[in-house]
Design a protein around this ligand. Sequence first.
Ligand code: FES
Ligand code: FES
Length: 166
Amino acid sequence: MPEAAPGVSIQVCVNGKLHPREVEPRKLLVEFIREDLELTGTHIGCDTTYCGACTVLMNGAAVKSCTVFAVQADGAEITTVEGLEKNGDLHPIQKAFGDCYGLQCGYCTPGLMISALQLLKDNPTPNQEQIRKAIAGNTCRCTGYQNIFKAIENAAAKLRSPSHAD
Ligand code: FES
Ligand code: FES
């Protein structure tokens, strides 16, 4: 059996909490998030960097966390789907996916919500084409996407509402 490579010390801030850890150099960020931090909302749906179920924000940009080594996230700020809810209140994006039936099995949903989060941070009033482009890296096998588009439009409206303070 091959010997494990020596661990590398990293510190990653995930959902506002600092996590110092020692990791194998070959460990993927998605494995670090799911196995080391036990944040299993970030999913693994393929082994080809295709599905987007593993999408997280890394320093404000949506990345497929199966394409990043954990050591590359040393010093980074990561947001996973668990970081959306605040003090027990669902994020407007989470509410919108529920309100618009933007999911069926839900496997793709965490990644889609993170891609939507990045889109709506950069563009509070996206049109259909911009929404389609923003989630082009996220595959859903269940919904046919129409309710996902509606959910993201609905989330944008919720976030623009004066009653939403972030
Ligand atoms: S697990 Fe499919 S793109 Fe990362
Ligand atoms: S809701 Fe099942 S894969 Fe998208």
